[in-house]
Design a protein around this ligand. Structure first.
Ligand SMILES: *[C@@H]1O[C@H](CO)[C@@H](O)[C@H](O)[C@H]1NC(C)=O
Ligand SMILES: *[C@@H]1O[C@H](CO)[C@@H](O)[C@H](O)[C@H]1NC(C)=O
Ligand SMILES: *[C@@H]1O[C@H](CO)[C@@H](O)[C@H](O)[C@H]1NC(C)=O
Ligand SMILES: *[C@@H]1O[C@H](CO)[C@@H](O)[C@H](O)[C@H]1NC(C)=O
Length: 357
């Protein structure tokens, strides 16, 4: 029964809205129905759904309602443990968190990961239902939504409270994945892989991360947590983190969550989750085995996009490029285009698991 229900094209139309109404939960009311009213529309749709369910039982040809696309409704119940176990390879999951406006960046990032043959491990944590359905429709099982979905209107404005709320969910998701026993690599999607980063995750450290400082370091710089800067803290990027499922890594994430709660968002501070991550690293440094990745392989955008001399000196060493130290979608896309890192226009069809979006 539910199988038949799930195969109907009407569902795809209904559930492409970010806040879908379940036809099964809306019962026809006794009041007069206006076609133009919202309730009227819901009732009408419910009737169409009911009709669609009944028609096959009434001997109508099923063909008119059959559709090749898989059900969208089932993804609402898809959980993080199910998703992690589906995508994990060698006990490792690559995670990003994306809201609908970032889908072009997700696609760009995915192309670069596919070139390194690590796309099978990718799990997209969808921050709205549109993203959950779009990704899973094209690439079943690779997106999960951990309810409740944050307010998608505000979630992507950098520095806003919505953005802060959105990023504050990250450490919780990562902790959950570690508690399930996986290694996890987190990436922001305004990144592009030029080489495979996994060979750089040497040794058995708890947490691997990159520095967001633009100052040039010697090639043989230390892998220790750098000394604090002007604000009394380090400037480690929360954009690219690799964690092993160890007590040390879990401690960092718990501390990160605590730090975010202790220093909640305020308009004046325009906070994001990065300062809290740095306080967590500094406060647990003695108890946790930390590893700073090499700058030449994982440069901040403040260095890669701004210092041509350095880029030439370190040619062939770059592994992941981060398009930060700039705000705004259009500016980020333009900069990626200028550096030949905007891959979606030409390569999405053949190289992205999502195809052209
Ligand atoms: C899993 O790890 C082994 C050994 O390190 C490696 O050869 C293999 O390619 C890995 N598989 C995947 C899917 O990454
Ligand atoms: C952010 O989260 C707080 C606390 O959960 C909530 O009260 C507030 O409405 C949220 N704001 C936005 C813009 O999402
Ligand atoms: C890096 O190399 C320089 C010159 O060879 C040396 O003096 C320095 O101690 C090295 N630094 C580290 C952290 O190994
Ligand atoms: C740019 O890179 C060069 C070469 O590494 C370095 O000597 C120079 O100090 C850098 N410039 C700035 C502004 O950081």
């Amino acid at each position: 029964m539910s199988h038949i229900l799930h195969q109907r094209p009407l569902h795809n139309t209904l559930f492409s809205s970010p806040y879908p109404t379940s036809p099964r939960s809306s019962s026809p009311s006794q009041r007069p129905i206006s076609i133009l009213s919202r309730t009227g529309l819901v009732v009408l749709l419910s009737l169409m759904v009911a009709l669609g369910v009944l028609l096959p039982w009434m001997g109508m040809p099923q063909g008119i309602f059959s559709v090749t696309r898989p059900s969208m409704t089932k993804w609402r119940a898809y959980t993080l443990p199910q998703a992690a176990s589906f995508v994990a390879k060698n006990g490792t999951v690559i995670v990003c968190a994306v809201s609908e406006p970032y889908l072009p960046f997700l696609n760009n990032w995915l192309i670069s990961i596919s070139r390194q043959k690590h796309q099978d491990k990718v799990l997209v944590i969808a921050e709205d239902y549109a993203t959950l359905y779009k990704v899973n429709q094209r690439w079943p099982g690779h997106a999960v939504l951990v309810p409740p979905a944050p307010d998608s209107q505000t979630a992507h404005k950098f520095g806003s409270q919505g953005f802060f709320n959105f990023t504050s969910r990250r450490p919780r998701h990562l902790l959950h994945i570690l508690e399930l026993g996986y290694n996890v690599m987190y990436n922001d999607v305004d990144m592009v892989w030029l080489q495979d980063p996994f060979p750089y995750l040497q040794g058995k450290h708890d947490v691997y991360f990159t520095d967001d400082m633009a100052a040039v370091k010697p090639l043989n710089h230390s892998h220790e947590l750098p000394p604090p800067g002007k604000k009394g803290r380090t400037y480690i990027c929360s954009c690219m983190i690799f964690l092993r499922p160890t007590d040390g890594a879990k401690l960092i994430l718990k501390k990160w969550i605590d730090e975010m709660q202790a220093q909640p968002w305020s308009r004046a501070k325009k906070a994001n989750d990065q300062p809290a991550f740095n306080w967590a690293l500094m406060k647990t440094a003695g108890q946790v085995d930390l590893y700073l990745l090499p700058q030449a392989a994982f440069p901040t955008g403040g260095l890669y996009f701004k210092n041509k001399t350095w880029v030439q000196e370190t040619q062939g060493m770059h592994v992941i490029i981060h398009n930060n130290y700039i705000t705004g979608f259009e500016k980020k896309i333009k900069r990626f285009q200028e550096f030949g890192l905007w891959l979606v226009d030409k390569h999405a069809q053949e190289e992205s698991p999502l195809g052209r979006l």
